[in-house]
Design a protein around this ligand. Structure first.
Ligand code: AMP
Ligand code: GLY
Length: 423
């Protein structure tokens, strides 16, 4: 197949690596990609957020499938434009992508579909925020109502800090004050063809910058899959996945279809397993980053077939995709200053030595070539991914590889998947 992947992060690199791992010899293009992706796909200078540019490229190059990685092209209507041309595209149109782009939209759909989620109050001013705090109590959860790459959220018992966060976002519009949900978090991905869903294997993301879940929220500092502890609570991964499929994914997909905005692409359910049941904290309209980096290496079925089936309305009766028993752990290497003000342009070293560790590969998030070497060009720079038969083995491999990589001021967490090993 000729496949065009939009985006430039480690998630897109992971998607491309999964396509490369298939037996089929795909021709893969990436727009714009990065220096790591360039080793696995042909980079093309197409503006991924420009519907006309993407459509022209797809038509001129007889692309069989467009895969949209990040949210920005979805919100810009790229999927609508490509689909209109009759080219299969994995990614929802602008209207359905509001499930991620507008938290208020997501809450409305969940309400209409009867999907369990925390109570939330929309607040447009300081007094409204204070009233919502009084109503919902501490800890306080405040969210910006738009795309903020996971950074628009604060969860804190410090009322002044919560108010200061709200003040900052109120300048650009209303915020959402939400009931605090307590419990472990799970990310579960569903492929949707607009009508039917197929679940992938669950993963857990580490959103805070520092060990022990301290520090600010980030786009994600690491992840692992599968989640062995789900079995204690639900009897097994399949039981959990079936429950979320029935109670969350199918009702949402049906509701969006009924509203005339079918969701074709990846429905990312961000869940909290509370004592009162599984609740949705957020939806995303695209693969999670960095969860994709640990889910896709375990996928046995050919990814291209699944994505094309979703893009073409053919997921019905498709058996659940198979996943390897191998476990996967990824650790994100971030630049100094991330997430507030990442320092970029610094050289990277030791990548070959890192990849030489058994069971380890790299997914590049923000790298570019410079003077014959590689430099970091963004906040999250590299994902070191380790596979193993146990979490102890996968973690050992990942952290040995991380130790090989040089980046001045680089930051990473040392406790990714540590709890699974202890349990
Ligand atoms: P979001 O951007 O909505 O995914 O929020 C980012 C992170 O903030 C989540 O992954 C949670 O760790 C945390 N969070 C968001 N909403 C809540 C909530 N209602 N209760 C507890 N934690 C939350
Ligand atoms: N890992 C969180 C996200 O992709 O939004």
């Amino acid at each position: 197949m000729k496949i065009l992947v939009l985006g430039s992060g480690a998630r897109e690199h992971a998607i491309i690596l999964a396509l490369r791992a298939e037996e089929a010899d795909h021709e893969i293009f990436a727009a714009p990609g990065n220096a790591g992706i360039a080793q696995d796909a042909q980079l093309v200078a197409v503006d991924a957020d420009d519907p006309a540019a993407v459509t022209n490229f797809a038509n001129e190059n007889h692309i069989d499938l467009v895969v949209i990685g990040p949210e920005a092209p979805l919100v810009a209507g790229v999927a609508d434009a490509v689909r209109e041309q009759g080219v299969p595209v994995f990614g929802p149109g602008k209207a359905a992508a509001q499930l991620e782009g507008s938290k208020a939209f997501a809450k409305r759909i969940m309400g209409a579909a009867g999907v369990p989620t925390g109570r939330a109050v929309r607040a447009a001013s300081r007094p409204e925020v204070e009233a919502a705090f009084d109503q919902l109590g501490a800890p306080y959860v405040v969210k910006a109502d738009g795309l903020a790459a996971g950074k628009g959220v604060i969860v804190t018992s410090d009322r002044d800090a919560a108010l200061a966060h709200a003040d900052a976002y109120l300048l650009s519009g209303p915020v959402l004050v939400e009931e605090f949900l307590d419990g472990p978090e799970v990310s579960l991905f569903f492929l949707s063809d607009g009508d039917h869903v197929v679940a992938l294997s669950p993963a857990q993301d580490f959103k805070r910058l520092l060990d022990g879940d301290e520090g600010p929220n980030t786009g994600g500092m690491g992840a692992y899959s599968p989640l062995p502890w789900l079995s204690e609570r639900f009897g097994g991964e399949d039981e959990f996945v079936d429950l979320v499929t029935r109670e969350v994914a199918e009702p949402v997909i049906r509701r969006l279809d009924a509203e005339g905005t079918p969701f074709i692409g990846l429905l990312y359910a961000g869940l909290i397993l509370t004592d009162a049941g599984v609740k949705v904290i957020e939806f995303n309209a695209r693969f999670g980053d960095p969860e994709t980096q640990v889910v896709l290496p375990r996928l046995v079925d050919p990814l291209s077939e699944l994505l094309l089936a979703a893009a073409s309305g053919n997921l019905e009766d498709r058996p659940k995709p198979a996943f390897a028993d191998a476990v996967a752990v990824t650790v994100v290497l971030a630049s100094e200053g991330y997430p507030a003000a990442p320092v970029t342009g610094r050289p990277l070293s030791g990548l070959q030595a890192a990849e030489a560790v058994e069971g380890v590969h790299l997914a590049h998030a923000a790298t570019a070539e410079s003077d014959g070497g590689l430099v970091a060009t963004g906040g999250r720079v590299l994902n070191v991914v380790g596979l193993g038969t146990t979490f102890t083995e996968a973690r050992d491999r990942v952290y040995r590889a991380v130790a090989q990589i040089g980046l001045e001021g680089g930051q990473h967490r040392t406790d990714i998947a540590a709890r699974v090993v202890e349990d």
